[in-house]
Write a protein that binds this ligand. Structure first.
Ligand SMILES: NC(=O)c1ccc[n+]([C@@H]2O[C@H](COP(=O)([O-])OP(=O)(O)OC[C@H]3O[C@@H](n4cnc5c(N)ncnc54)[C@H](OP(=O)(O)O)[C@@H]3O)[C@@H](O)[C@H]2O)c1
Length: 282
């Protein structure tokens, strides 16, 4: 076991999770990078750098139990940190989103995070470890077409607050990380899911929401291209896990900070009008 202890990061096959795994491995932690596919497992295994792969699908109870026992065996029942990062983004108007897609969004981004946390909490308590939940600016400001994603991240914000207050007696810290646009594969994956949903959707979806869907698509392409690098999030995750005074919330990036400030300061209807104007949406 590395001196700084064992860390588990979910959704570490790409993007933010992968960057966090590399950063924390370089800081001397013994990092379990949790992935789903065989190819990602092999890639992480071959990379080294204090990072080892762990098979974990956060929607599968058996997979979670197996991962937890592997981590416990490696860390002597102690876990210094859990980074709940795995996530997906489902984009569709709430009027037409298939209910099973809404459920899936919440299953991955909310229920899965709690299930993994439950499985690891005994080890976190023994080590007085910390939890870092990767939320989003979407957990503070709900964008149109991203209602399902916003629901999942608003829920994760509430769960993080409750968890932090519940775990206070044991000194287990809980921090939430709220990035704005980060350049990762989530944007392309989200666009592919949105395209698939649109193909199956009733014609009224495009008739009613076509223009705003197009504007959001262009915004997603721009975010994938011009977003901050995932290392910007890895910086704050490292702070949350190593600082003697970790913050409860970390907004990442200028865009996230200014949107959060606007939502705090502006009356709802003024903010609604600004969002509508930015999206050229009536
Ligand atoms: N990129 C942004 O602009 C941004 C902004 C704010 C917040 N975030 C949040 O940051 C987190 C990481 O996203 P990212 O941008 O780095 O996207 P990403 O590169 O697509 O990474 C998402 C990760 O989650 C994993 N995952 C998805 N479903 C899973 C499941 N059922 N079980 C286990 N792992 C699962 C994916 O694994 P597979 O490779 O197997 O699919 C992948 O490793 C997410 O929670 C996202 O909401 C991202």
């Amino acid at each position: 076991m590395a001196q700084r202890g064992v860390i588990v990061i979910t959704g570490a096959s790409s993007g933010i999770g992968e960057a966090c795994a590399q950063r924390l491995g370089a800081l001397g932690f013994d990092v379990f990078a949790a992935v789903r596919s065989d190819s990602a497992f092999e890639r992480v295994g071959a990379a080294g750098g204090g990072v080892r792969p762990l098979k974990l699908d956060i929607t599968d109870a058996e997979s979670i139990a197996a991962a937890a026992s592997e981590v416990s065996a490696a860390g002597d029942g102690r876990l210094a940190g859990l980074v709940n990062n795995a996530g997906i983004a489902v984009s569709a108007p709430l009027e037409f989103i298939p209910i099973e897609e809404l459920r899936h969004q919440l299953e991955v981004n909310v229920v899965g995070q709690v299930a993994v946390t439950q499985a690891m909490l005994g080890m976190l308590r023994t080590a007085r470890g910390r939890v870092v939940n990767v939320s989003s600016i979407g957990g503070i400001v709900a964008a149109p077409m991203l209602g399902a994603y916003a629901a999942s991240k608003f829920a994760l914000e509430g769960i993080s607050d409750a968890l932090r207050r519940e775990l206070r007696p044991w000194g287990i810290g809980v921090s939430v990380v709220e990035p704005g646009a980060i350049s990762t594969p989530i944007w392309d994956k989200g666009a592919a899911v949105a395209d698939g949903l649109l193909e199956r959707a009733p014609a009224a979806t495009t008739e009613l929401y076509g223009p705003v869907i197009e504007t959001m698509r262009a915004g997603a392409e721009q975010a994938a291209r011009d977003g901050l690098p995932p290392s910007a999030v890895a910086d704050v995750v490292a702070h949350a896990l190593t600082s003697s005074r970790p913050r409860t919330r970390y907004l990442v990036g200028r865009e996230a900070k200014s949107r959060a400030a606007m939502s705090r300061l502006l009356p709802d209807r003024v903010f609604d009008a600004l969002i509508a104007r930015a999206l050229r949406w009536r």
